[in-house]
Design a protein around this ligand. Structure first.
Ligand SMILES: Cc1cc2nc3c(=O)[nH]c(=O)nc-3n(C[C@H](O)[C@H](O)[C@H](O)COP(=O)(O)OP(=O)(O)OC[C@H]3O[C@@H](n4cnc5c(N)ncnc54)[C@H](O)[C@@H]3O)c2cc1C
Length: 355
């Protein structure tokens, strides 16, 4: 494409914003249409960058996740220097404690070692694994930083604009119908997360997650009791540098049912106190929920679509924060330079087509 080409990104979550920024830096005129910025899963997530703690099996998904994790330090520097807003990126490492015997390899930390590594874990923890290269980003700070960076660069961001239909003719998108009238561009990118199936017949469903946060008491702020993520068998606990601790998350097939439930919050509290008992005395700060965009094989849908001028960047399920830098880079290269990277080949929408 040529400098000044017009691109519309549908969806203004982390994926849509980061992709818009990359395309703008390449010279595109980019507009982002977003039905509801606050509803984006990017606000709701825990922000773990955890390809190893998540035990993603060897293969194309792990390759994609590791490539994205590698991009993180340089990428957040770039976004922060454009926006002037810190993203809270923290290469803090992730500890995965276990209650029971599980499959062990040579990296297994025994009981004594893991309790030395992290004080005040549950007495029932028998060992675990340490993933020093995993980490976290403060996803709310990240999405704020992305939003400001995109606007600083001149990306047009229209919140409250819902795309209601994608009109096509002879294999090309001709226009978008929206609640503010019809809009058109040379190329379109679909980054609508859990809501994607409302626009295209691709198999993405919402998987609800509830979370809560507590605050480290003021007296302990100078020396935070947790300085690494705990990725337990039943829960994860993500300490932020500012003294907040995020506890997650449920995984529920309830469509777009809103709100926290007592059952969901009870589950989070019980599992978190079991893993790290001193949390029971920490003040509750906030509860919230969000919708992960889940595909049948739990892998994202990336790359070309059935229409020549529509590219897909959706279905990131539980690793969308981790996968943001690599998705933005690969999708921008594909759209702008027509360069398809090998990393994209396993994530085509066509894998769901009946053969
Ligand atoms: C509870 C929870 C915990 C998570 N924890 C982690 C984690 O620790 N690490 C990690 O890597 N990932 C995590 N994730 C996953 C991650 O948040 C998502 O994969 C990621 O945010 C998806 O980004 P997105 O931009 O594709 O979608 P979203 O962030 O959901 O944004 C989509 C946007 O598109 C807009 N939109 C939808 N339809 C339309 C339309 N028709 N017209 C215009 N706009 C539209 C929506 O309003 C929304 O703003 C978590 C998610 C949840 C819910």
């Amino acid at each position: 494409m040529q400098s000044g080409s017009e691109i519309i990104v549908i969806g203004g979550g982390v994926i849509g914003l980061a992709t818009a920024i990359e395309l703008r830096l390449l010279g595109a005129e980019v507009t982002v249409l977003c039905q509801d910025f606050q509803a984006a899963a990017g606000h709701a997530a825990a922000g773990m960058l955890a390809p190893q703690a998540e035990k993603i099996p060897t293969g194309s998904m792990l390759d994609l996740c590791l490539a994205s994790r590698d991009l993180y330090p340089e990428w957040v520097n770039k976004i922060e220097s454009i926006s002037g807003v810190d993203t809270g990126y923290w290469a803090c490492g992730i500890l995965a404690p276990h209650y029971d015997d599980c499959e062990r390899n040579e990296d297994w930390l025994d009981r004594q070692t893991i309790h030395q590594h992290q004080a005040a874990l549950s007495d029932s923890i028998v060992g675990g694994y340490w993933y020093p290269a995993d980490g976290q980003v403060d996803n709310r700070a990240l999405i704020r930083s992305l939003s400001i960076a995109s606007q600083t660069l001149g990306v047009k961001f229209l919140d409250g604009v819902e795309v209601t239909a994608i009109d096509r003719d002879r294999g090309r998108v001709t226009q978008l119908e929206t609640n503010r009238g019809n809009m058109s561009a040379q190329h379109y990118i679909l980054a609508t997360g859990a809501w994607s199936q409302q626009l295209l017949p691709i198999p993405i469903v919402p998987r609800k997650g509830q979370l809560l946060s507590v605050l480290v008491p003021t007296a302990q702020r100078a020396n935070l009791p947790l300085q690494q993520v705990l990725f337990g068998e039943e829960t994860y606990i993500v300490p932020r540098r500012d003294g907040k601790i995020i506890i997650g998350a449920t995984s529920e097939d309830v469509g777009f049912a809103p709100h926290n439930t007592l059952k969901g919050i009870e589950q989070l509290i019980t599992n978190a106190i079991r893993l790290f008992p001193q949390l029971q005395d920490f003040p509750l700060h906030e509860t919230w929920w969000g919708f992960r965009p889940a595909t049948p094989d739990e892998l994202p849908i990336l790359g070309p679509s059935a229409a020549d001028n529509l590219t897909l960047a959706t279905g990131h399920y539980r690793n969308g924060i981790l996968l943001t830098p690599i998705t933005a880079k690969l999708i921008a290269d594909l759209v702008w330079h027509q360069q398809g990277d090998n990393l994209l080949s396993s994530f085509s929408w066509q894998r769901f087509e009946p053969s």
